[in-house]
Write a protein that binds this ligand. Structure first.
Ligand SMILES: [Zn+2]
Length: 483
């Protein structure tokens, strides 16, 4: 699998270690229970998360999960909490592990022409999970695979120097082909039949499932390498004929190409991950040239130019995109942020206020609008805006910092010390955090619930073991800290 990122290979090894331990403790006749599925799926997910191959952008994940849940709602209830994740790899692949975990590579999402095609891929994977195909493979081939796995593991771990990479490559290839999982043709037929039923009853166009298989096959032809997807899901030509037949006989109604909406915007965010900025610039420039009224391409171009410091070009393209799509919250917000970063605080306030009315809960908009007001010396307004996120559980370090500044400027020293305390806690500067929490206590009388919160924070921090005993220099630094 030449396109797979190295950490993914490590993750596959992790899966194998997990599988190996599972299988060794089971023996030949053991059955693979639902609980085993959940445990294995969860362990694999945690390994992937730890090795940082999963994309954590909330917009991307939210979108994929909404499409996935929509398809799931039309499938019989499986005994799993389904989770849909995006893997940061350009290889064209999607796979499911036991326990309700569906993974789609960035490369596959970028290849989709519409949402329905993506929904078709998810439907097929959901069907593999619902029909417990992987569990069946594991149950059937326990003995053989333990021996095979042991050999593969030895090969992977005993190699040295440059050999390790090659061993890992062949190992992960083996992982895909032998375990994860070469479905049989019967499995594929069942996953297509069930998946198509889920897809169509959730309102999507059934033909997209067929269209996307053809797109992947074409891609395979041009790229001269077999997409990873076909290694796990065999029999492409048969599948195409089968799906064609199903569509002609059973599913003749045309469904929707898009239900959730915004795939092209998600693709802009995906293209933003990982690649170097110059490559992105060329990509988006070409897209705009091919179609000057492509809002998403203009938006991507503007974002890239901002990252490269080409501020005036960036603002120009944001404004063009906005003319084409005037109430697009993402564009208004990012135009506002770009104005703020380039020192145009008045313009920033104008656009960020508009972004806030379009999307009142967006933390980024709130933090930048607060910063813009502060930069203009409008501290009361800054505080009023920033208070909107004050009690959110997921508030980030930067937001605490802005709140601390705004409270400081409006002479609420207690709240200011409290938010500085939270800021330093989040960036793991324990001494500074304790200094501010203790200072904050002076402003809240006994019995004030805020005082109890702060005392709890102090108690928790003091319970943590310090990484090393503080040196006299550290103590002085803390004592001399002022703000
Ligand atoms: Zn399949």
């Amino acid at each position: 699998m030449p396109h797979v990122v190295p950490s993914l290979k490590i993750a596959f090894i992790a899966l194998f270690v997990v599988l190996f331990l599972f299988l060794s403790s089971y023996g030949a006749q053991a059955s693979f229970t639902l609980e085993d599925e959940k445990k294995l799926g969860k362990e694999f997910y945690e390994k992937l998360e730890k090795s940082k191959v999963l994309i954590s952008n909330p917009k991307i994940n939210n979108y994929l999960n909404r499409v996935g849940q929509l398809v799931l709602a039309s499938s019989p209830k499986a005994p799993f909490e389904f989770k849909f994740s995006v893997i940061n790899s350009s290889a064209i692949n999607a796979f499911a592990t036991p326990g309700g975990y569906v993974y789609v590579n960035k490369g596959l999402i970028n290849l989709c022409e519409n949402e329905s095609e993506l929904a078709g891929v998810l439907a097929h994977e959901i069907a593999h999970i619902n029909a417990r195909h992987i569990a069946a493979i594991i149950e059937k081939s326990t003995k053989l695979n333990i021996a095979a796995l042991a050999a593969i593991l030895a090969g992977a771990f005993l190699g040295g120097g440059g050999e390790v990479t090659a061993a890992l490559a062949s190992f992960s290839m083996a992982a895909v082909t032998s375990m994860n999982l070469k479905y049989s043709r019967d499995h594929e037929e069942e996953a297509d039949r069930l998946g198509m039923a889920y897809l169509v009853s959730s309102g999507y166009d059934g033909k997209s499932m067929l269209d996307f298989l053809k797109i992947m096959r074409k891609y395979e032809f041009y790229s001269k390498s077999v997409p990873s997807y076909f290694l796990t899901h065999p029999g492409t030509d048969e599948r195409i004929r089968y799906l064609d037949g199903l569509l002609q006989v059973r599913y003749r109604n045309i469904g929707k190409e898009s239900i959730i909406g915004g795939l092209t915007r998600i693709q802009v965010y995906l293209r933003f991950i990982g690649k170097n900025p110059e490559l992105k610039l060329t990509y988006f420039q070409n897209s705009v040239q091919a179609n000057p009224s492509n809002v998403d391409a203009l938006y991507g171009l503007a974002l890239t130019q901002e990252k490269l410091g080409l501020t005036s070009e960036s603002i120009k393209n944001f404004k063009k995109a906005l003319t084409l799509s005037p109430s697009d919250g993402d564009i208004v917000r990012d135009l506002g942020i770009t104005c703020f970063r380039s020192g145009q605080t008045g313009e920033a306030i104008h656009y960020l206020s508009r972004a806030l009315s379009l999307n009142p809960d967006d933390s980024n908009t709130i933090v930048y609008l607060g910063r813009a007001y502060q930069a203009e010396g409008r501290f009361q307004e800054a505080l009023k805006i920033l208070k909107k996120i004050e009690n959110k559980p997921s508030i980030e370090a930067d937001a605490h910092y802005q709140l601390a500044m705004a409270y400081g400027e409006t002479k609420d020293q207690g709240a200011s010390h409290y938010h500085f305390g939270m800021y330093f806690k989040k960036i793991r500067k324990k001494d500074s955090a304790l200094f501010h929490f203790k200072a904050a206590l002076n402003y809240y009388a006994a019995g004030n619930p805020k005082r109890q919160d702060i005392e709890k924070e102090i108690e928790e921090m003091q319970k943590e073991k310090p990484p090393k005993p503080p040196s006299p220099g550290d103590r002085n630094a803390t004592a001399g800290f002022s703000f």
